[in-house]
Design a binder for this molecule. Sequence first.
Ligand SMILES: [Cu+2]
Length: 216
Amino acid sequence: MKLQWHTCVSAAVGLLAGALVVSAANAQESAVVYKAELSPLNSKVTGSDASGEATFTVSGDQLTIRISVKDVPPSIEHWQHFHGFAKGDEQAQCPTVKDDTNGDGIIDLIETEPKAGTTMVPFNADPVAFAIPKNTYPQSDVNGSYTYEKTVSLKALETAFEKQFPGQELDLDRRVVFIHGVPSSTKLPSSVASLGDIPAQVTLPIACGAIRKSGN
Ligand SMILES: [Cu+2]
């Protein structure tokens, strides 16, 4: 009788533990996380090795974008986006020194395009509005750090994205994150190209990371 009771209790404890494990697994399953480890670009211009991490957490209809960087030029605004290919299913990649096709020692925005594609989603005050040249990007502090965090409706972003890039889906794991920007006083050779009439100092890539689905 005593033995039976004991068996019964341990079975109940076992069931409870099982239920806890299952519910923890469900909670993990409901959020999908993508990550990009940011590596420096054009350190010779910036004078420091920018680094950081971008995470994209999808939970139901919510996409939370969190970008944390350090060792970027201090006290200026930093444009940041994900870039990718607007046609086909090519995987965007971060550029390397080999992509400095004009050999001026600087990888400018235009030189990143064959590897990384085009500017897609802005991580500014309103990513869904797709206003790329808008001064609502984060500003670094005096130590050259900042953290950007924004939660948007996934559906709203997907709808706006398809309007901008017909036939394309967000496909985060085919994209790369770029951080841009050096002080406007930075002297750059005239060979450094930019987008339209936007100063090359604003669009100069200073960090990049490929977005990948996270293991956890
Ligand atoms: Cu960009």
